[in-house]
Design a protein around this ligand. Sequence first.
Ligand code: MG
Length: 168
Amino acid sequence: MVREKQTELEQRARELLYERGVEIQDIAELVYYLQAKYFNDLTLDMCIYNVNRVLSKREVQHAVLTGVELDILAEKDQLSEPLLNIIKRDEGLYGIDEVVAYSIVNVYGSIVITSYGYIDKQKPGILKELNDLSTGKVNTFIDDIVGAIAAAAASRLAHSYAGDILDQ
Ligand code: MG
């Protein structure tokens, strides 16, 4: 696969995901989960390719940097109250984690929103792990970000199958 050189921003976004226990393959498996029923010949490699394309977008990198940073700061008790507790407890009425994720979803058109909502409810694979509160880790933002990247990659895949010319 030909990949253009990654910017520092992209490298940092990828590192942050990795440091928090999320690998590209984990996100690709979510894409596969979303799209396998629509395409007989879908492979994990095609899913990985589309995840990588989504991760090359600046809006996506910004969302990763912002959200994951807040998770890390909350985990280290380095935010002030009352935000610290809201993020640590992943409070149900706090919807800003989803707002950050929407900045990813917005990049790839409306079917992303359906996919994002669907895997957010089903929580397959890595999303289930990230939502395990017994680990003591704070994953309030990253779970939505990962779900949104997967949904965006699934949409990108569907559009490219339909023959759309994609610039990104
Ligand atoms: Mg969340």
